[in-house]
Design a protein around this ligand. Sequence first.
Ligand code: SF4
Length: 307
Amino acid sequence: MMTDQIEDIERSVVKERASAFYEPLSAWWDENARDFPWRFGKTSSWGVLISEVMSQQTPMSRVLPYWNTWMSVWPEPADLARATPAEVITAWGTLGYPRRALRLRECAQTIVKRHNGKVPSTYEELTALPGIGDYTASAVLSFYFHQRITVIDTNIRRVLSRSVEGTESLGGSATVQEKKIANLALPDDTHASVIWNQATMELGATVCTAKNPLCDDCPLQEKCVFLAAGKPGLGQKRTRPRQSFTGTNRQVRGLILKALRSNISHKLEYSDVQKIWDNHAQLDECIASLDEDGLIVIGKNHAIALP
Ligand code: SF4
């Protein structure tokens, strides 16, 4: 058989399997979707964008109090654009990867300059903003602007890889095959595509989780290819297991920022910084990297401060 004929058969199998999932998935979403304030049309495009940036690498339940604070202090891009770096780093708290806070501020400033303070509604304009990549742009376009666009994150990849293909998603960057499956699986109807994206992502976050998928509670269990095959390779990863957090530079960087945030002047003398961590070589390395990332400034006698 010719290769393109095989591809046609594969395409039709993927489409058929995915379309059989739509009804149970959408019914499950109606019953089980968590009621976050950035869902169901309760916030602005800016609120959705903030939630998507915050929830990358951070579970939505942890994001909630931070999102509430940010939206009450900076409800529009113009408000965040006027904030100081020290204010946004402080408000970011312990959300992790604090460079995201500075990038969001830059993003807000660009929205004010280029788009009159309104979040743009095209993929090209969104991905041209600082800190906004393919995932965030697609999520904002689908979830807020209700456009038909494929959204790919680790949860969606895992659900599709398992339920449609019957294989474990191995993590790392999305493969060509995973992108192809996600594009084929997306319903043609625009409204259905929005439900599909949100429901698949939610299922991956709460039911079809990486280590312990709750197949007994899953709306796709009857037709899931992975379950039928006995969950081959469950939990396998392409990437190395994550280094434990304790003792890492990430932990030390977090402790330095925490000390600066909790000091009323947002400044610390070097003698006080040295009390944060015993390994001073590692401490200095972390101070240098925070400075390089624009998250702190180094002053006289190695005193440090939020920018
Ligand atoms: S049946 Fe199990 S493996 Fe299949 S999609 Fe549902 S939770 Fe995931």
